[in-house]
Design a protein around this ligand. Structure first.
Ligand code: TPP
Ligand code: MG
Length: 695
């Protein structure tokens, strides 16, 4: 080891000053944005990108890279400036186009939009929870692909770095995720907390009194202090101290690390440093010129690079070359020694499902009675055997959500392993009662792109994870949310536990597939379809109560993937299939109700079809001809769903009717509530007759 203390070169210091000025210029040109933190943390980001993290500007998806998450997403220029300096594809013109239409530099970092951006951030705390997921994914992938390698010695090992501010630190999701990260002993996770005492309303004292270091220590983190304010005695960006803290963070293998970095926002901006005025507004021409003067740059010149780009890009490229040389050689060695692992990795990278998946799916006899949550549990256990990349768990409701893969061990640090199979590479996740962090962590795992992760809770608590569900949809991730106890069918636990508006509220999220299978075979087909789709998240919505199996496994397999299909045909008096006069469209547990209503209507001589519609989003993707065939224009359409009416009128049309539930439920037996609120064959038939009468 070198005895020389770590120090940046003069060129590095120039590059940092250039980064600060670029942040100020970009926000100034945009007319809005967040200059303060990109200015004061420019050196932190520079150090990470140029000296601390492994990355390859020529290959931003390199498997061996360390991951960087800017949880304080408002400070997007902090990351954009370094992506430009390191050569990830952003040019100075892109920085000058900050926040403008179509630019590579949107207001907040967006996954899939800008090379080098690992996740979409902006909702404070979300990125931090993604970082925990990324760190968990790294450990799981080590176990999946290279289990014999000691921890830290596999090509799949890498660090996850995240930068968070006071805002992230105050958000609940950060506490949830940090607590789990500590419990999980995620030594590969390193968070830098920008402790600048400033947020939008001014000094954070007015709303934030606790000691975050004590909090994180209590969560089981290593907390390291670096104080650039020197206790208020004089400001110095001490990169040696920060580097040493990062070295200590990497050396700690059984605790995540929080580097608490005391800074002054917007330093060294002459009059706005240390003030909330620099947080979220352009500094003003005079202040920007003053800042450049302090930085030793030309106060008149905008977007100047002081000739430093060649140096920074070559520096990053040279580091990448060295890292790749080492990693590529080790990767080839790993491949040669692990042909099976290599084949698995190739399949995962190609985003292909394994052979034998269809054969592994369980099937049920028509007429059996099974809760779809139980069916889902059976499916997970069965496909878990052929899909080693499948892992997941629950927010403390595994027994109710049926989310555990049978026989699989828990994902736990060795210190917490209890039973055979438990350990750092286990497959059953225990999120604790932390729905929001569960969503963010699942998204982090999905962002790593190799494995498939799911997490469950009661559907009513999807509200607690909704921000993460929205971000999964926005990013087009393949996260799967398992929501059981999907209606008033929950029964005695009462209205706090009975979803009513949730189906509509979830369907309102663009890009989310809301999948509510009507029976056990549909549940299996739903999982099959969800797993085959890689660019949208899905929520699978499952019943607590037993439901009759109405769809054969074959019918479900063919129909569910289309989102809606004819489950029971309309027949005439000779029992021949005929054109339906009434079409009942139902989801989930109400498919059985619709089937009962069909009996009543058929009996009365009204040819009635039942359409099971497990996923309206998938149905909307079908061509017009198929949709018109399933829901003929001239039939009277009646929807049946134990949730609010919102959305159904559009489907049933003006001549149709909606059987819905537009008020909260009650604490009583689910069967009684279904009757009380009109979810019976008789009532649905009566509603259909009334609609027919009004034609
Ligand atoms: C969940 C969420 N709530 C509110 C906001 C709006 N917001 C953006 S930045 C910010 C203050 C953040 O303060 P801090 O993290 O300390 O950033 P700094 O001012 O130090 O850059 C707020 C409230 C947000 N982006 N996300
Ligand atoms: Mg702050």
């Amino acid at each position: 080891m070198s005895t020389e203390p770590f120090a940046l070169t003069d060129d590095d210091l120039t590059a940092i000053n250039v980064s600060k000025a670029l942040a100020a210029d970009a926000v100034e040109k945009a007319g809005s944005g967040h200059p303060g933190t990109p200015i004061s943390l420019a050196g932190v980001a520079y150090l990470l990108y140029q000296y601390e993290m492994k990355g390859d500007p020529a290959d931003d998806r390199w498997l061996g890279r360390d991951r960087f998450v800017l949880s304080a997403g408002h400070a997007s220029m902090l990351q954009y400036a370094q992506l430009a300096l390191a050569g990830y594809g952003l040019e100075i013109e892109d920085l000058a186009a900050l926040r403008t239409a179509g630019s590579l530099t949107p207001g907040h970092p967006e996954y899939g939009h800008t090379k080098g951006v690992e996740t979409t951030t902006g909702p404070l705390g979300a990125g931090f929870s993604n970082a925990v997921g990324l760190a968990m994914a790294a450990r799981f992938e080590h176990g999946l692909l290279d289990p014999a390698a000691p921890a830290g010695e596999s090509v799949f090992d890498h660090y996850v770095y995240t930068v968070l501010g006071d805002g992230c630190m105050q958000e609940g999701v950060t506490s949830e995720a940090a607590s789990l990260a500590g419990t999980q002993e995620l030594g590969n996770l390193i968070a830098i907390y920008d402790d600048n005492d400033i947020s939008i309303e001014g000094n954070t004292d007015i709303a934030f009194g606790e000691d975050p270091s004590a909090r994180f220590e209590a969560y089981g983190w290593q907390v390291l202090d670096v104080d650039w304010t020197n206790g208020g005695t004089g400001y110095a960006e001490d990169y040696t101290a920060l580097h040493e803290a990062l070295v200590a963070a990497r050396a700690e293998t059984t605790r995540p690390s929080l580097i608490r970095l005391r800074t002054v926002i917007a330093w060294p901006s002459p009059t706005k440093q240390g003030t909330e005025g620099s947080h979220g507004a352009k500094l003003g021409a005079e202040e920007v010129a003053g800042l450049k003067e302090v930085l030793g740059l030309d106060p008149e010149a905008s977007f100047q690079t002081a000739g430093i780009l060649g140096y920074t890009r070559e520096h990053a490229a040279a580091r990448a070359r060295a890292a790749r040389e080492d990693w590529d050689a080790r990767f080839e060695e790993w491949k040669a020694a692990n042909p099976q692992g290599a084949a698995l990795l190739a399949r995962l990278q190609a985003q292909e499902l394994p052979e034998g998946l269809d054969e592994a799916l369980p099937t049920w006899e028509v007429g059996a009675s099974v809760a779809t949550r139980a069916a889902s549990g059976k499916v997970l256990s069965a496909i878990g055997a052929v899909m080693p990349e499948l892992w997941g768990g629950s927010a403390d409701l595994a027994g109710s959500n049926n989310t555990s893969i049978a026989g699989a061990g828990s994902f736990l640090p060795a210190s917490l392993a209890q039973k055979e199979g438990d350990g750092p590479y286990g497959r059953v996740l225990h999120f604790g009662i932390r729905e929001h962090a569960m969503g963010g962590i699942l998204n982090g795992i999905a962002l790593d792109r190799l494995t498939r992760a799911y997490g469950g809770t009661f559907m009513v608590f999807s509200d607690y994870m909704r921000p993460a569900v929205r971000l999964a949809a926005l990013m087009g991730l393949d996260t799967t949310f398992v929501w059981t106890h999907d209606s008033i069918g929950v029964g005695e636990d009462g209205p706090t536990h009975q979803p009513v508006e949730h189906l509509a509220a979830l369907r309102a999220i663009p890009g989310l597939d809301v999948v509510r299978p009507g029976d056990a075979n549909e549940a299996a087909a739903a999982w099959r379809t969800i797993l085959s789709r890689r660019s949208r998240p899905a929520g699978i919505v499952l019943s607590r109560q037993n439901l009759p199996v109405t769809a054969s496994a074959q019918a479900a397999a063919a129909g569910v993937a289309k989102g809606a299909y004819t489950l029971l045909e309309a027949t005439d008096c000779h029992d021949e299939v005929t054109t339906p006069v009434v079409v009942l469209i139902a989801t989930g547990s109400e498919v059985g109700v619709a089937a009962a209503a069909r009996e009543v209507l058929q009996e009365a001589g009204t040819p009635t079809r039942v359409v099971s519609a497990p996923c309206l989003e998938w149905f909307a993707e079908q061509d017009e001809a198929y949709r018109a065939e399933v829901l003929p224009a001239d039939a009277v359409k009646v929807s049946v769903e134990a949730g609010i009416a919102m959305g159904w009128r559009e489907i049933v049309g003006a001549s149709g009717a909606v059987v819905s539930l537009d008020h909260f439920g009650a604490s009583a037996a689910g069967t009684l509530l279904f009757e009380e609120y009109g979810f019976t064959g008789e009532n649905v038939a009566a509603v259909a007759k009334e609609a027919l009468a009004q034609l």
